[in-house]
Design a protein around this ligand. Structure first.
Ligand code: NAP
Length: 471
């Protein structure tokens, strides 16, 4: 068996590990192991690739490995869970850039060799460069929006879709010229750089009109694009495992994008082109006048309500992540159970700031998986729930999505916390949710507001339980 056959055999094993790893990521109880198995697959793929004859410089690979490992380790230790979406946006962007550079390097190689690229090679170089370019600048822009360095509001201007359409057309024409000319100096080279420039611009102009609230969908779409760019790069250098890994990232990104669009009851086209969250849209529709008053409740009174409850549903949201309240939430849940109540956690697919955000935090706090209930399963039971405790969630429990046809979020599925007999909402003040839309839940007659940082408020309630237990 020669080295190439051995390498390809190892690639098959690595691909199988990727697929098993991905499958295990689908369940909370197996997700950590899935991550480890996928990482092992990647390690195997990287190690056997180093045996390939085409490796040009082991020294530079070692330098890259060292620098990458230091940056990766620092990020893993320093980046807060709440900043993960920004981190993912950057990782997608650099993935796209890497594929672009692979395509560019292959083009430079053919140019230096003085030979024209075949139609196939020209096409895959074009794909790696244009998809990688869009992914790179689009992800950097998304990073800017998510991190607050750029405004989260959609940037809209007249004729925007015509401009974007023109850019796409320009890209197709330049790409066609590049492939037809085989990248030959002159027309081929000009077409190549035109593709590069248009892809960079298009990445920005595509993300510009999308509001901060829709960024999770954009991130997952860019994730998918980074996979497709990697797949194209795999075809450029004829590396089987890169093709497989790229396809897996590409398709899983598409699946996640579809799931998130469904969770918001919107089409991908609506997310990409509606300018959701712009001044006109985010304020709410004409019929969205919100009436009622906010009724505060103290930690002592919250305790009294919860102590009498037999059926409690906890709805966590972004505020739980901000205040890092997951451990004290678990403590409260245990106390409620010891008091004879049934406790469940209602998980909205886009609660927090990244897919699975709440699941990760609650798993970190050792909340049993069985207590986590998905939105569709918990909603029919909400009218039978004594108390819904909404911890730093806002958009995902906004009844306007179900009731107010003029609301920009009308139709988005929500956790129907308002149907519980009593709702206790924990938040610091009158801050709106990510989408900037007001929430009628807070003004309903059965809702009480427990103001303050979620962790501190919960500690107040927990200490009441402890005081009773010790008395
Ligand atoms: P949300 O609508 O953003 O609301 C969070 C609420 O938490 C705010 O109203 C805020 O009110 C409160 N809060 C913040 N810090 C707090 C603290 N320390 N203690 C107590 N409360 C605190 O959150 P959500 O209901 O989870 O909805 C998620 C939103 O983010 C959706 O619009 C979704 O589309 C979007 N999004 C989701 C993802 C994802 O993938 N999951 C990614 C990006 C964006 P106060 O300021 O008054 O405290």
């Amino acid at each position: 068996m020669n080295v190439e056959t051995l390498i390809n055999f190892a690639y098959i094993v690595a691909s199988i590990l990727f697929i098993f790893g991905l499958k295990m990521l689908g369940r909370q109880s197996t997700a950590r192991r899935g991550n480890l198995i996928s990482s092992l697959g990647m390690l195997l793929a990287v190690v056997v690739t180093l045996f390939a004859q085409e490796v040009v410089s082991y020294q530079w690979i070692l330098v890259g490995l060292g620098v990458g490992a230091v940056i990766g380790l620092a990020c893993a230790r320093l980046i807060k869970m709440t900043s993960m979406p920004e981190m993912v946006a950057l990782l997608n962007g650099f993935g796209g850039l890497a594929s672009l550079l692979v395509g560019w390097a292959e083009y430079a190689k053919t140019l230096a060799g003085g030979e024209a690229s075949s139609t196939f090679t020209g096409t895959v170089i074009f794909l790696a460069v244009f998809i990688g370019g869009i992914t790179f600048t689009g992800s950097l822009y998304a990073f800017g929006k998510l991190s607050g360095k750029l405004s989260g509001k959609p940037v809209l201007f007249g004729g925007q879709q015509i401009v974007n359409g023109g850019l796409v057309l320009g890209l197709v024409v330049a790409g066609g010229l590049y492939v037809i000319n085989g990248g030959a100096p002159g027309m081929g080279t000009n077409a190549f750089y035109a593709c590069l420039a248009i892809a960079f611009i298009l990445g920005i102009t595509m993300v510009m009109p999308i509001g901060g609230g829709d960024m999770p969908v954009v991130i997952s779409m860019l994730n998918s694009l980074s996979g497709l760019a990697a797949c194209a790069a795999g075809f450029v250098i004829l590396n089987n495992v890169l093709i497989v890994a790229g396809c897996l990232v590409g398709t899983s990104g598409v699946i996640l994008t579809i799931i998130m669009c469904k969770a918001m009851n919107r089409s991908l086209a609506n997310v990409l082109f509606s300018g959701f969250g712009s001044d006109g849209a985010a304020a709410g529709g004409e019929g969205s006048t919100i009436e009622g008053e906010l009724k505060p409740i103290s930690a002592e009174d919250s305790f009294a309500v919860l102590e009498a409850a037999r059926n409690v549903v906890i709805v966590p949201g972004y505020g739980m992540a901000v205040s890092q309240a997951q451990h004290v939430v678990r403590e409260l849940a245990e106390m409620l159970e010891n008091n004879g109540a049934e406790v469940r956690f209602a998980i909205h697919p886009v609660a927090g700031r990244m897919p699975g955000h709440m699941n990760v935090l609650l798993a970190e706090a050792n909340v049993p998986y069985e207590q986590l209930v998905e939105m569709d399963s918990i909603n029919p039971q909400m009218p039978m729930v004594d108390v819904a405790v909404v911890i730093g969630a806002n958009d995902v429990v906004n009844p306007a999505a179900a009731r107010d046809q003029s609301s920009p979020i009308y139709g988005m599925p929500i956790i129907k916390a308002h149907e519980a007999h009593t709702v206790i909402c924990l938040k610091r003040g009158k801050g709106a949710g990510f989408s900037g839309i007001e929430n009628q839940l807070f003004l309903l007659p059965n809702t009480r507001m427990l103001y303050g940082d979620a962790k501190a408020s919960l500690q107040g309630v927990v200490s009441e339980f402890k005081a009773i237990a010790e008395a």
